[in-house]
Design a protein around this ligand. Sequence first.
Ligand code: COA
Length: 283
Amino acid sequence: MSPADPTPRSRVVRSTLAGRPLVFRDDPYSQRVRCDHPQVSDGALLGERLLGEAEERGRPRVVVLAAARLAEGLTSAGLWEEARMPGYYRGEEDCVVLGGAPHGAIGLADPEGVARVDALLPGYPVDGSAPDLVSLRAAPEHAPLVAALVAEAFRYYPTPTGDPAYVRDQVEAGVPFRLLMDGGQPVAVASADLDRAALTAEITDCVVLPSHRRQGLMRALIRDLMGDLRGMDYPTAFTLARAVVPGINLAFRGMGFAYRGRMLRSCRIGDGLEDMNVWSRRL
Ligand SMILES: CC(C)(COP(=O)(O)OP(=O)(O)OC[C@H]1O[C@@H](n2cnc3c(N)ncnc32)[C@H](O)[C@@H]1OP(=O)(O)O)[C@@H](O)C(=O)NCCC(=O)NCCS
């Protein structure tokens, strides 16, 4: 986390819906109400409820990641499908990413920036390159190196990965973090945030030092994390990539991830609220 931006990111709200537990996050930081993997059966009721919660809290946007069986109900409540990740849940059921807004449709945060990256993607070669650096699976003592790279790269960031104590906890809990070392110095990092229940992982915390960009290092990190996840028998992985940053989208495409859709104004990262591309693949 950058020193300029030490605030907590979101608050968990626990409630019920038609007798089933409902958990969502009120996220003033990214100006949204976000509900991940709800364990409810009525998508329409869920959609109406989340839009109401967003309106009440003054959040202009709702984000839902849910099992595909809830998609029809959620869209009937006025949410729209932004992306779909095949086999997300234990390699079997798809996950749908839906957006919603209590006050009607919203547009992209940066249509021109997104279009510039879209134009680069078709025809980009799909394979991996092997740079001549040491790839380390981070141990707890590497937490300060990871945190420093992430804090340095982002003014805003939606998780506390700039905090060494947080990273240490994650590493100790078994989350794979990878560092690329050049002459003993860390030059790039990425991690695979585990969704243990779904048996999938979000490749995230992707940073390459400016001095080392455009040499395939991000692709190498993705390849190594894919190997870590395969070793853990995870069947799929995904990422939410800043839609205006060329290298991150090209790197995932280059490593065989398929474009699944775009989340509008989804996340406060980089310089502010940004559109995020959803990519995923089977491992
Ligand atoms: C995004 C980031 C990690 C990419 O790192 P990188 O080392 O440049 O990644 P790669 O070299 O693997 O890039 C992938 C491809 O995109 C290409 N690329 C990168 N920037 C590009 C640009 N502006 N225009 C065209 N191609 C570009 C690279 O040349 C590379 O192509 P190649 O494999 O054919 O050589 C790095 O720019 C970064 O740390 N940015 C700041 C943090 C950030 O925004 N992270 C993303 C969070 S979602």
